[in-house]
Design a protein around this ligand. Structure first.
Ligand SMILES: Nc1ncnc2c1ncn2[C@@H]1O[C@H](COP(=O)(O)OP(=O)(O)OP(=O)(O)O)[C@@H](O)[C@H]1O
Ligand SMILES: [Mg+2]
Length: 370
């Protein structure tokens, strides 16, 4: 954290999706495991990882962090969001991010028209290669070229889902690994993005990947970050206030950003955070949660899904399946299909056999307030 810079105050907490947090908290284990995988032989299972997490759990932030670390370990990174143009976007990202290692060649080869091995200069394909080759061949050429500079290729795919483009990338990855290219892949998505169409070839690929569930992060680590951050900008927060702030995040990274952000917004410069301020902070943070987390989660659900969730909320948020069926009544929807679907969607979880609870903090309270 850069103390003397007035902009630092603004960058301490940024409650927006898809940004890189000032400090990435509480995922050392996940990051270390992935980085260790990159050191393993080509084709090792840990070189193909799938991160699953609910909204605001920090999937995009994690990919940004991995991108940074992998570059320091000798990887050129292509980071894309899954969409139909993804294969081409991946190629372009490698060309763009890898070109700095080929600056010298560009100069040397000025005036040379016909490129060697499919390239005209640097990572730019020759016209013929551009025309004739598809994703897999281009990736193969790029991997070879990067290997000349001792660089590996890391593909990062955000918001992963099954699609024709994903099928093409998955198939190419497997073939490139078969050809011993130094390539690795990390993907991130919502829990239900990989729960459908179990016989799809993409799903086979995703299911074989090392699967990492991104859960809530430690409120102790959040508290420590709050303490450090507020000291830095000379806002006074007592132990009691720090406890309250950390606990009210319930370990959700997005909420951690929101609460920190509003604490700074609502406290006078170099002032003291009071419980009255915290009431306002929590209210604003939960309003944002409603808009950006609860509603996107609930919108695609059916009426019966909602009835199910409301019954769960009314039962106190954690309940045995037997009791829940009793609350729903004999005429209510049968439990099993909803239970299964909502677990897959990452809305509820089964902490213990025969028990259900909400997987997203404050969703229960939100449903009760509706
Ligand atoms: N480990 C972390 N430490 C600190 N801040 C984090 C962490 N993870 C995420 N954040 C912050 O939380 C917010 C939400 O993170 P992010 O955008 O990565 O969520 P997401 O899982 O990709 O959500 P969505 O499914 O909606 O895309 C961002 O402001 C991000 O900077
Ligand atoms: Mg995201």
């Amino acid at each position: 954290m850069k103390m003397d810079n007035p902009d630092a105050i603004q960058s301490l907490f940024q409650p927006t999706f898809g940004n890189r947090p000032e400090q990435y908290i509480g995922r050392d284990g996940v990051i270390d495991k992935f980085m260790a995988g990159l050191k393993e032989p080509i084709g090792s299972r840990d070189r193909c990882t799938l991160f699953l997490g609910q909204r605001g759990m920090g999937k995009t932030a994690l990919l940004l962090e991995l991108s940074d670390r992998a570059q320091k370990e000798g990887y050129v990174v292509a980071r894309v969001t899954a969409h139909e143009g993804m294969p081409q976007a991946i190629i372009e990202q490698f060309q763009l991010n890898g070109s700095k290692y080929f600056n010298d060649e560009k100069r040397k080869l000025t005036g040379v028209t016909a490129g060697v091995l499919g390239f005209s200069f640097g990572l730019t394909f020759s016209e013929a290669a551009e025309r004739q080759y598809g994703f897999r061949s281009k990736m193969s050429l790029l991997c070879d070229k990067l290997a000349e500079k001792n660089k590996g290729a890391l593909i990062l795919i955000d918001e992963v889902r099954t699609s024709a483009a994903m099928r093409e990338v998955a198939a190419a990855y497997q073939e490139l690994v078969g050809d011993r290219k130094n390539i690795a892949i990390a993907m991130a998505g919502l829990p239900h993005s990989v729960s459908k169409l179990l016989n799809d070839s993409v799903l086979t690929f995703l299911n074989r990947a090392t699967r990492v569930e991104l859960g809530l992060i430690s409120t102790n680590l959040i508290r420590a970050y709050y303490e450090k951050a507020f000291k830095l900008i000379k806002i006074e927060a007592s132990d009691e206030i720090l406890d309250r702030a950390a606990l009210s995040t319930k370990g959700l990274p997005y909420l951690m950003q929101l609460i920190g952000y509003y604490m700074i917004q609502y406290t006078p410069k170099h002032g003291v955070v009071t419980n009255t301020i915290m009431d306002k902070v929590e209210k604003s943070a939960l309003d944002d949660m409603q808009k950006n987390v609860f509603e996107p989660i609930l919108n695609p659900l059916s009426d019966n899904d909602r009835i199910f969730l409301k019954a769960l909320a009314h039962s106190g948020g954690t309940v045995s399946t037997a009791k829940l069926q009793a609350v729903l009544g004999q005429k209510g929807p049968a439990l099993q299909p909803y239970r299964k679907r909502l677990i897959e969607a990452g809305v509820i979880e089964s902490p213990r056999r025969g028990e259900l609870s909400f997987a997203v903090p404050y969703l229960s309270e939100y449903l009760l307030g509706q």
